[in-house]
Write a protein that binds this ligand. Structure first.
Ligand SMILES: [Zn+2]
Length: 607
C-alpha cells in the first residue's frame, strides 16, 4: 500500500501532528442586556436540579449529547399530564427521532388538536446539528411550561409540538471543530446528516429519511406556525437574532398579512423591549447595495410552510455571540411568539379555502422570485471594521473592533415574483411515474386513480435543450430547460393518477409539478429519464430512410428546404440533417422530452 501511503501523507491536514486549539471567534459587541439575560437566569434558578441542562450546569460553555435531550423530554412527559412524547421514526444511523406534544387539553393527536380550535406550533431544533442553542432554550422553555409551570399560561392559547433535534445523526457527530464560525459550545454537532444531506434544502425533494419521517408528521399535524431554530454564519454585527418569514407573494395572502401586520411587529417590539437587537435575516456586502435578504423557495423550512398555507419562522441567532446570549435570544423569541398567535388559526383556515378555490381560475400563484429593487430606509446596526492586508497571503480581510456603529442605508428584503403559474383544474400523471406520485402523497397532496381508460383534452409540455449543472447540489445535478406547451387529446390508462387541484395543498402540488418551479421534481433531476434517447441508428440506416421520406412527402421536402435556406449551420451539418429526418420518421421516440404531467382545464366528473 505504498502508493496510498504517499498519497495520504501529501494531504496538508496531516501536517498537524496534533490538532490545534479550536479558534475562539467572538462578536465584538454583545447586547448590553445579555449580561443579565434575565429570562433564562430566572428559568435556571427555578429549575429542580435534575432538570438542568448541561448548558446551564457548565455555565453555558457546553451542550449535552442527544441522550440528554431524550432523558429530559422523558422526564417532562413523566412529570406532566399535559405532555406526551412520541417516536416519529429513526435516522439512517438508527437513532430514535422524537417529538414532545404539550397541550392543556391533552389533545395529543391532530384530530383532538383540531377540536380545541387552538393553533398548533411546531418548534424544531438542530436541523443543522451544530447550530444548537435552540435545543437548550427549548428544553428550558418546556420545563417552565410543564414542570415549574412558571410559563404554564402559554399553553392556554396554543398546542406545542417540539422536536429537540431534527438532524440527530449530525448532532451526534460531536467535535470542537465542527463550526469554525461559532462561538461555543466547546463541542457541537455537524451541519449535514449522516448521508451528507442538508435538511434545510430537502423539504421538497425529500431525499433524507429524516425528512420523510418529518413530512409524514407535518402533513398530519399541519402546524399553524413552524419555528425553526438555527444559528447564522457570516459577518459580525450587533444583532443577536435575525429572522426570515414569508410576508409577500410567497405565501397565501392571509398568511402573509398575519405574519407581516399582526405577528412580526409585536414580536420585534417584545424582543427589543427585552434588550435584543433584531433584524430580518440578511447580509451586508457593500453598504451601497444595502442590507439584503434572500428569497426562500420551498426547499427551505420557512418557504415550505408558506406553500402549505402555514406561517413559518426561520430563527437565526448570531454565531459570534456567546452561547448563553444565543440561548437567551431563542428562549425569549419562543416565549413571546407563543403569546402572539391571535388570528393565526383563522388566517390558516382562510388560506386553505382560498387556495382550493383558485383551481381552474385565471389567478396566478408565485413560484419563484428575486429580491425586489423596492427597498425601505434602514438603520443598520453594524460594528466598526477595517480592511487589513495579510502578511501571509497578501489578501485583504475584515478586522472588527468593539465599537457599535449605526449606519443609515436601504433594506431590501421584499420578494418580487419572476415566475408564476395558474392553478389548473387538475393534473394527470401516467401511473408508471411512481417516484413523482409517491412524492405528491408524501407532501399530503390528495390524488386519485382513474378507474377506467379515459381520453382527456390536455395541455402537454416538452422540456427542450436540457442543461445540467456541472457539480452535484444536495445529491443531484439540477437541470434547466425550455418549456414548450401544446394542446392535445390523450388517452390515459386506468390507474393513472388524477390530481384534482381544488384542495388545500394546491400550492404544494403546483410547486412540485410545474416544471418552471425552482423546487419541482424535474428541476431536481428526479425525471432525467425523459431526456435520454434510447434508440440510435447509423447513417447507413438513416440515409436511405431520409431519402425515401424526401421522395414521398412533399410537405417534408418543402419544410426541409426552408430550414436549409434559413439555417446555414444546419445546412452544413450532415448529422443534424439526418436527425431532422429521423425525428419526423415513425421510428422517432414520441415521449423523448415529453413531461409526464398533463394539465387539464376541466377535471373529469367524480363518479
Ligand atoms: Zn442553519
Amino acid at each position: 500500500m505504498l502508493a496510498r501511503l504517499i498519497l495520504t501523507t501529501a494531504l496538508p491536514v496531516l501536517l498537524f501532528a496534533q490538532n490545534p486549539a479550536p479558534l475562539p471567534p467572538h462578536s465584538a459587541v454583545e447586547p448590553p442586556a445579555a449580561e443579565k439575560a434575565i429570562s433564562i437566569t430566572e428559568s435556571t434558578t427555578a429549575s429542580p436540579k435534575d432538570l438542568l441542562t448541561l448548558a446551564e450546569t457548565s455555565g453555558f460553555t457546553e451542550t449535552g449529547r442527544y441522550a440528554e435531550s431524550l432523558a429530559l423530554y422523558r422526564k417532562f412527559a413523566a412529570a406532566s399530564p399535559l405532555a406526551k412524547l412520541v417516536t416519529l421514526g429513526s435516522t439512517p444511523e438508527g437513532r430514535e427521532m422524537v417529538m414532545l406534544i404539550a397541550s392543556k387539553d391533552r389533545a395529543f393527536t391532530p384530530e383532538a388538536a383540531a377540536k380545541t380550535g387552538k393553533p398548533v406550533v411546531l418548534i424544531q431544533n438542530g436541523v443543522h446539528g451544530g447550530e444548537i442553542a435552540g435545543k437548550d432554550a427549548t428544553a428550558m422553555l418546556l420545563r417552565d411550561l410543564l414542570v415549574t409551570k412558571r410559563l404554564a399560561s402559554l399553553l392556554d392559547n396554543a398546542i406545542i409540538l417540539s422536536i429537540p433535534v431534527f438532524n440527530v445523526d449530525g448532532h451526534e457527530r460531536f467535535s470542537p471543530y465542527n463550526r469554525i464560525n461559532q462561538n461555543g459550545p466547546k463541542e457541537m454537532g455537524w451541519r449535514a446528516t449522516s448521508q451528507r444531506l442538508n435538511l434545510n434544502r430537502d423539504y421538497m425533494k425529500a431525499d433524507a429519511p429524516e425528512m420523510r419521517v418529518w413530512l409524514a408528521m407535518y402533513t398530519k399535524w399541519l402546524p399553524d406556525l413552524l419555528v425553526d431554530n438555527h444559528v447564522t454564519d457570516g459577518e459580525d454585527h450587533q444583532y443577536d437574532i435575525t429572522y426570515g418569514m414569508a410576508t409577500g407573494p410567497e405565501a397565501a395572502p392571509t398568511i402573509s398579512e398575519w405574519s407581516r401586520d399582526k405577528f412580526l411587529p409585536k414580536l420585534l417590539q417584545s424582543m427589543e423591549s427585552d434588550g435584543h437587537v433584531v433584524a430580518p435575516y440578511g447580509s451586508l456586502e457593500d453598504p451601497i447595495n444595502g442590507y439584503r435578504g434572500t428569497p426562500f423557495p420551498p426547499r427551505f423550512s420557512n418557504g415550505y410552510a408558506a406553500i402549505q398555507n402555514r406561517a413559518g419562522l426561520l430563527v437565526e441567532t448570531h454565531s459570534l455571540k456567546t452561547f448563553r446570549t444565543r440561548i437567551w435570544a431563542h428562549y425569549d423569541l419562543m416565549r413571546h411568539a407563543l403569546t402572539l398567535l391571535g388570528g393565526l388559526h383563522l388566517a390558516v383556515a382562510q388560506a386553505d379555502k382560498d387556495v382550493a378555490s383558485m383551481a381552474g381560475s385565471e389567478l396566478k400563484v408565485h413560484l419563484n422570485g428575486v429580491i425586489s429593487k423596492e427597498g425601505e430606509a434602514f438603520d443598520y446596526k453594524g460594528i466598526g471594521q477595517q480592511q487589513q492586508q495579510s502578511a501571509l497571503t497578501r489578501g485583504f480581510y475584515t478586522v472588527y473592533f468593539d465599537a457599535p456603529i449605526n449606519t443609515s442605508m436601504m433594506l431590501y428584503n421584499q420578494i418580487e415574483t419572476t415566475v408564476a403559474a395558474q392553478i389548473p383544474a387538475a393534473y394527470v400523471i401516467p401511473r408508471q411515474w411512481t417516484t413523482l406520485i409517491e412524492l405528491l402523497r408524501l407532501h399530503g397532496v390528495v390524488t386519485e386513480r382513474l378507474d377506467r381508460d379515459m381520453q382527456l383534452s390536455t395541455t402537454a409540455s416538452r422540456l427542450l435543450n436540457p442543461k445540467w449543472d456541472d457539480r452535484p447540489f444536495e445529491g443531484h445535478h439540477r437541470v434547466e430547460f425550455r418549456v414548450e406547451r401544446h394542446d392535445e387529446p390523450r388517452t390515459f390508462p386506468a390507474g393513472s393518477v388524477l390530481v384534482r387541484m381544488q384542495q388545500r395543498a394546491g400550492r404544494v402540488a403546483l410547486n412540485l409539478l410545474e416544471p418552471e418551479a425552482p423546487d419541482s421534481a424535474v428541476q431536481w433531476g428526479m425525471l432525467d429519464g425523459i431526456f435520454e434517447q434510447n434508440e440510435y441508428a447509423s447513417p447507413y440506416i438513416l440515409e436511405p430512410l431520409a431519402q425515401s421520406m424526401e421522395m414521398q412527402h412533399d410537405d417534408l421536402r418543402m419544410a426541409y428546404q426552408k430550414r436549409l435556406r434559413e439555417d446555414p449551420a444546419f445546412a452544413s451539418d450532415a448529422q443534424a440533417k439526418l436527425r431532422w429526418w429521423y425525428e419526423r420518421s415513425p421510428y422517432a421516440e414520441k415521449d423523448l422530452y415529453l413531461y409526464p404531467v398533463f394539465i387539464l382545464t376541466a377535471a373529469p366528473a367524480k363518479r
